[in-house]
Design a protein around this ligand. Structure first.
Ligand code: SF4
Ligand code: MG
Length: 317
C-alpha cells in the first residue's frame, strides 16, 4: 500500500540570532489513507513547523514530502493549486485564523471561490450543507466569528477546511484552546467526519490524553527530533522512550489498573533549541542518562513490531 503522505529526511532549519535552529531535524514518516497519525511533544518541539512543512506552507531546508507518491516540493502552478485543495490545515486558535470582518458565509464561501467549486444558489446550498455537517445551524450563516463560542468557531474552521473536499488535514492542536468540556465534542466531530469522508489526519497535540483516542499511531517528538513511534495502544501500554514515559506519567490515569504506574517527573525546562544538548537531545532531563548519551546520537530503530525508538537503552549492537 502506497502511503498517502510520505515524509523523507525532512529538515526545516531557521536562522535565529545568527544561529541555526533545527526546528525539524530528520523527520521520516508515512501516513496511510484513512488513518490518524498523532504528533505529540511539548510546545517548541517543532510539531507545528513539521505540520506546516509537510503541507509546504514552509519550504523545507532539505528532504522530500510525497503526496500520493509524488514529491510535492517540485509542484508549481496548477499542480500546486490542486495540492492546496487536497490538503488543508485546521488551526489551534480558530479566532486568529478567521477574519473577524467576514461572515460565516464569506469565510466558507471564500474557500469555495478560490477553487471555483460553486457559485450562486449552489454556493449558498453548499455552505448550508457544510454548516450542518459540522453541527451549526443555518441561521449562523450571517454571523461573525465573535458571535460564536470557541467550540463553534472551531466548527467554522473545520467547515472551511472541508469546503474544498480535502483528502489530508493537518489538525494543529485543534482542541488545545478549548474548554475541556468542549474538547471531546470537537474530537468526536473530527472522527465522525473522518469516517464519513475517508479523511486522513495528522493530529498535533501537546498532551497525550486526547490524542490517544483519535490516533491509530502516535509519533513523539522532542526538540525537533523523532523519539518514539508506535500504535496508540503500544505507546500507552508500553512506552519505551524515557520522554514518552514522562509524558504519560503526567496524564491523569482514570484506569484503576494502571494506578501503580511509576510517576516519572521530568526535571528542568526544555533546553533552548538554539543550543541543543550533544548526543541525545533528551539527556539533560533524562533519569536514565548514561555516559554514551552525551557523546552519541541514538539511532532510530524498530525495537518491536512497528514500534520505533531512538534511545541508547534499547540499542542492541
Ligand atoms: Fe535517556 Fe540516553 Fe535514552 Fe537519551 S539515549 S533517552 S539520555 S537513556
Ligand atoms: Mg504549535
Amino acid at each position: 500500500e502506497t502511503p498517502l503522505v510520505s515524509v523523507k529526511d525532512l529538515n526545516k532549519y531557521f536562522t535565529v540570532d545568527k544561529k541555526q535552529l533545527k526546528a525539524v531535524n530528520g523527520l521520516n514518516l508515512e501516513i496511510y489513507e484513512g488513518e490518524t497519525l498523532g504528533l505529540v511533544g511539548e510546545s517548541g518541539c517543532g510539531k507545528s513547523t513539521a505540520g506546516r512543512t509537510i503541507l509546504r506552507l514552509y519550504e523545507p531546508t532539505s528532504g522530500a514530502v510525497e503526496f500520493e507518491g509524488e514529491n510535492i516540493l517540485t509542484y508549481k502552478g496548477a499542480k500546486l493549486k490542486a495540492l492546496r485543495r487536497d490538503v488543508q490545515m485546521i488551526f489551534q486558535d480558530p479566532y486568529a485564523s478567521l477574519n473577524p470582518r467576514m461572515t460565516v458565509e464569506d469565510i466558507i464561501g471564500e474557500a469555495l471561490d478560490l477553487h471555483k467549486l460553486a457559485k450562486g444558489k449552489k454556493r449558498k446550498e453548499r455552505i448550508l450543507e457544510l454548516l450542518k455537517l459540522v453541527g451549526l445551524d443555518s441561521e449562523h450563516i450571517t454571523r461573525f466569528p465573535h458571535e460564536f463560542s470557541g467550540g463553534q468557531r472551531q466548527r467554522i474552521g473545520i467547515a472551511r477546511a472541508l469546503a474544498v473536499e480535502p483528502k489530508f488535514i493537518v489538525c494543529d492542536e485543534p482542541i488545545s484552546a478549548l474548554d475541556v468540556s468542549i474538547q471531546a465534542q470537537v474530537v468526536n466531530l473530527l472522527q465522525d467526519l473522518q469516517k464519513q469522508m475517508g479523511l486522513t489526519y495528522l493530529f498535533i497535540a501537546h498532551d497525550l490524553s486526547m490524542v490517544k483516542y483519535i490516533s491509530d499511531r502516535i509519533l513523539v517528538m522532542y526538540l525537533g527530533n523523532m523519539v518514539e513511534l508506535a500504535s496508540s495502544d503500544d505507546l500507552h501500554n508500553e512506552p519505551l522512550h524515557p520522554y514518552t514515559q514522562a509524558l504519560l506519567s503526567a496524564v491523569p490515569v482514570p484506569d484503576p489498573k494502571q494506578k501503580d504506574r511509576e510517576r516519572i517527573v521530568v526535571s528542568g525546562d526544555v533546553p533552548s533549541p538554539l543550543n541543543p544538548p550533544s548526543g541525545c537531545v533528551f539527556r539533560t532531563r533524562c533519569p536514565h542518562a548514561m555516559d554514551i548519551c552525551a557523546e552519541v546520537v541514538p539511532q532510530w530503530q524498530e525495537v518491536k513490531d512497528n514500534h520505533f525508538v531512538a534511545c541508547h537503552l534499547y540499542e542492541t549492537e
